[in-house]
Design a protein around this ligand. Structure first.
Ligand code: TYD
Ligand code: MG
Length: 464
């Protein structure tokens, strides 16, 4: 059989090939091919077993979704874990995956659900120590340090199945059905397959922890991404305290919601109002920053966009962007050049979304343009203003969804005015000033002219 012969498996993408090669043909990664045993040895031929086929219309007795009570976690999963579903949580080592999951397990157990936490990386005592540090020592979570999937499944198949099973991590698990060494793609896939079967059979919701490699992929278990119901990623900047939980794939819920946490000395704290956090270190009064009133999922989120525009010393000016779509930046730069008379071809342009957040909304166009022009003109923008609006290739500023929610959030956080598309005119909350713009060129003119008085200049920091 051809499939049996292909036993060099790429540890990055899972592609199999018959011969060893220095570079994987499928994903281009170097030195990732490892010889592995055949996935599942043929067990000899057997007759098909008969199973019951059920009608679509039927009764599901239990609530299909179990909320944990950790609001930020529930938001990202779409209202809690679905019974019998399997979720993969990816993230850099040390980002706080184990911390998050012991907190989630504790929250479930405190609600009277059976929650089991299996660590393949740490001893029970270590997990217990962490729980003590988090003030969760009294929570009725059941612990074990195990790596053999068959043993785990056999143990949990006795008695009432748990509502939640945490496997930390999938890379440490191994199954007897596969001959390869633990940590290889074949093992990870085999172990995940066993656990997924257990989840579907018992109705237990399973969370698998997956490590992420340096280049941002969930190592090895990329193949697992296709097998599970949801993939969440836990992200954060090493130097900063906050962490963002984001759904990359979710068969049962949205993928645009984010959950925000802050890592403290006593565990992860939920951040119910992330705008406050993202704006807390604002550098008031310096040119090149604009506050964008965005929406993440269903929640308004204010975030600072920072730009630096400086004359270039290179033949080809640099364009670097963190937290936003580079092609969106190119488009805004092109519109500034073509329709607003702003010459940027001799300048390096850097754009950064503060706090490590990633923005996908086109509504950020106006805020990004404001930050860019503010930096170029050395004119700081009013500290109490927020910006949003989509820019079209013709230079027109187009309306965006959920204007009222954006403005309300801005007012709640002490902002007094907004620079917005014309359609937003009727949506201002009382006491909130709106400046509407029909074209990006109006914004540019405003920043360039009003750069003198009512806006403050560099070095003039009386607003702080
Ligand atoms: P951990 O959950 O072990 O990360 P992961 O499982 O993703 O590898 O978290 C490890 C980091 O979190 C470690 O650097 C210490 C920090 N931390 C805190 O700051 N406060 C805490 O209460 C805990 C438990 C960890
Ligand atoms: Mg861990």
């Amino acid at each position: 059989m051809v499939a049996r012969a292909q036993n060099f498996v790429c540890q990055s993408c899972g592609a199999a090939s018959a011969r060893w090669a220095g570079r994987c043909d499928a994903c281009g990664a170097w030195n990732t091919l490892v010889e592995e045993g055949a996935a599942t040895p043929a067990r000899g031929s057997r007759k098909g077993r008969l199973f019951v086929i059920e009608p679509l219309k039927g009764q599901t007795l239990e609530a299909p979704r179990l909320p944990s009570g950790v609001a930020e976690f529930d938001r990202v999963t779409g209202g809690g874990l679905v019974r019998g579903s399997v979720l993969l949580l990816g993230g850099d080592p040390g980002i706080g995956k184990s911390t998050l999951l012991i907190e989630v397990a504790a929250a479930y157990s405190r609600r009277g659900q059976r929650a089991v936490y299996i660590s393949g990386e740490e001893a029970v005592a270590q997990v217990r120590l962490r729980a003590e540090r988090l003030g969760l020592a009294e929570a009725p979570v059941e612990l074990a340090a195990e790596t053999a999937v068959e043993d785990i499944v056999a143990t949990l198949s006795h008695g009432k199945p748990p509502q939640l099973l945490v496997i930390d991590s999938i890379q440490t698990m191994w199954t007897q059905t596969v001959e390869s060494a633990p940590g290889t793609v074949t093992q990870v896939r085999g172990a995940a397959g066993e656990l997924i079967r257990f989840a579907k059979r018992s109705g237990t919701s399973v969370i698998l922890v997956g490590h992420v490699t340096k280049d941002g992929q969930i190592a090895g278990p990329r193949v697992v991404e296709h097998m599970v119901d949801a993939v969440l990623s836990f992200e954060g900047e090493g130097s900063q305290q906050f962490r963002i939980l984001r759904a990359i794939k979710n068969r049962f819920g949205p993928t645009d919601e984010i959950g925000v946490f802050e890592m403290t000395g006593s565990g992860l704290r939920e951040v119910a109002n992330p705008s406050e956090l993202f704006l807390s270190e604002r550098d008031l009064g310096s040119p090149g920053t604009a506050v964008f009133a965005g929406i993440e999922g269903t929640r308004p989120l204010l975030v600072e966009i920072q730009a630096l525009v400086a004359p270039t010393s290179l033949g080809t000016p640099r364009r670097a962007v963190v937290g936003w779509d580079p092609s969106r930046l190119s488009m805004v730069l092109a519109v500034l050049e073509a329709h607003c008379g702003v010459r940027l071809s001799g300048h390096d342009v850097y754009l950064n979304v503060a706090g490590g957040l990633r923005i996908a909304e086109p509504a950020a166009d106006v805020a990004a343009a404001a930050a860019l022009v503010s930096s170029l003109a050395h004119a700081s923008l009013p500290a109490d203003a927020v910006y949003f609006g989509e820019v079209s290739l013709s230079g027109a500023v187009r309306p965006v969804a959920q204007t009222a929610a954006r403005l309300k959030e801005a007012q709640k956080l002490g902002f007094g005015r907004a620079i917005v598309p014309e359609a937003a005119r009727t949506e201002a909350p009382p006491g909130f000033a709106l400046a509407t713009i029909a074209a990006l060129s109006e914004l540019v003119a405003d920043i360039a002219h009003a750069g003198k008085p009512p806006l403050r200049r560099v070095g003039n920091r009386e607003g702080e």
